[in-house]
Ligand binder design. Structure first.
Ligand code: PLP
Length: 422
């Protein structure tokens, strides 16, 4: 037995499923998880001493790659000054300034500890501001594990085919109105019928949790117009796309201006951080300025703030277009390769993330994503891992490239793919 397998056996006795987040168990691809000893740049190394080129990148946060020297240094320095104060610190102001400067729709921002907290808080704020309860959510979008968002959710919920959500009272999800992603007409009809009750539309401006599904032209603009017309708030969940779709997120890339924005992943540089921000008129409704309550013992944690500042500082000067071009080239090579093998695929890409859907039809929504061949994805995952490439253990995720990946890493991906039998 490998050391990973031994650890997994012990973990299963102590931790539900042996993991602290479900998809990591690798059950959907019929594999056992690798336990990781260390990571550096574009690679991770298992406790068995095997190094893989990592296209998971902790599910998105590590856009600079693992253990980036500048990020590691500021974290180490910060540790010596104390790890939590429960009082404001200068780095909270600095990171808030960087977020406000970067993200067009954000005038003010509140730090929390995870993407889940960010979306829960943003929805509460939208409800508080509008005095309405209903929220429009799209099938296959994932907004963390908060009760109102677990209806037809993406990510692990999709991976494990969990249909409903035991433990979530029906009263909580009855206010969640589901519509297919990219279906603007369906949302328009919903507003026609119930517009006066809708507090918010929450959307991943490019969906990243049913596999990557970019918005159709006009979809985000249409949501913007409908929300404005009906007095509802438009929430962009940019926990994945923030600082990845572009430095200013998907909203900067697509030029659509949401009322509220949620952030996470990259903003913490690998430490647990989330944030929600938006127009000052709404953000001023949060306690202590307003009466919408939200708080956190460890929010604005000095280590996390330092990591976030260092990460964004390096990203500001990073060549996003260059990375995107390399990933586009990889996707083109893979498309050619699969065509030569007569394996039907559609590769969706945005900036440095992409998903290979094993299907012959374009994937524009969750129903399409589910029609892709999950069995083939499982074989693909196993094949690539055997050949030194670490991919997400789920067909409903995006592969993440980082600035630390080298030309050789991209070439290794293609080389590994070449021997995939289907
Ligand atoms: C990852 C993710 C979340 C949840 O963030 P956590 O930090 O895992 O709680 C929310 N929304 C989107 C779009 C995400 O990708």
């Amino acid at each position: 037995m490998s050391r990973s397998q031994l650890l997994f056996e012990e973990a299963k006795r102590l931790i539900p499923g042996g993991v602290n987040s479900p998809v990591r168990a690798c059950a959907a691809v019929g594999a056992d998880p690798l336990f990781i000893k260390s990571a550096a740049g574009g690679t991770i190394t298992s406790v068995d001493g095997v190094t893989y080129i990592d296209f998971v990148q902790s599910w998105g946060p590590m856009l600079l790659g693992h253990a980036h020297p500048e990020v590691s240094k500021v974290i180490t320095d910060a540790v010596g000054r104390g790890t939590s104060f429960g009082a404001p610190c200068e780095d909270e102001v600095r990171l808030a300034r960087m977020v406000v400067d970067a993200v067009p729709g954000v005038d003010m921002v509140r730090m929390v500890n995870s993407g889940t907290e960010a979306t829960m808080s943003a929805l509460r704020l939208a409800r508080g501001c509008t005095g309405r309860n209903k929220v429009v959510k799209f099938e296959g979008c994932y907004h963390g594990h908060g009760d109102p968002f677990l209806a037809s959710a993406g990510s692990g919920v999709a991976t494990l085919s969990i249909p409903g959500t035991p433990g979530v009272p029906p009263a909580v999800v009855q206010d969640t109105l589901l519509r297919p992603y990219n279906d603007l007409a369906a949302v328009a009809a919903l507003f026609e019928a119930q517009g006066g009750d809708i507090a918010a539309v929450i959307v991943e401006p490019a969906a990243g949790n049913m596999g990557l599904v970019p918005p159709r032209a006009g979809f985000l603009e249409g949501l913007r117009a409908l929300c404005r017309e009906h007095g509802s708030l438009l929430i962009f969940d940019e926990v994945i796309t923030g600082f990845r779709a572009s430095y200013g997120g998907a909203q900067a890339r697509y030029g659509v201006d949401p009322d509220l924005t949620t952030l996470g992943k990259i903003i913490g540089g690998g430490l647990p951080v989330g944030a929600y921000g938006g127009k000052a008129e709404y953000m001023r409704r949060i306690a202590p300025l307003g009466n919408v309550y939200q708080a956190g013992t460890l929010s604005g944690n000095p280590l996390a703030m330092a990591a976030g500042i260092a990460t964004l500082s390096v990203l500001q000067d990073s060549d996003y277009a260059g990375l995107e071009a390399r990933v586009e080239l990889l996707c083109q090579s893979l498309t050619g390769l699969f065509a030569s093998k007569r394996i039907p695929v559609r590769i969706n890409r945005l900036a440095s993330m992409f998903t290979i859907f094993f299907t012959g039809e374009d994937v524009v929504d969750y129903a399409g994503a589910k029609r892709a061949d999950a069995g083939r994805y499982a074989r693909w995952f196993g094949h690539m891992r055997e050949h030194g490439i670490f991919l997400a253990p789920s067909a409903f995720e995006a592969a993440m490239a980082s600035f630390a990946h080298t030309e050789r890493d991209f070439q290794a991906f293609i080389d590994a793919a070449e021997s995939f039998g289907g």
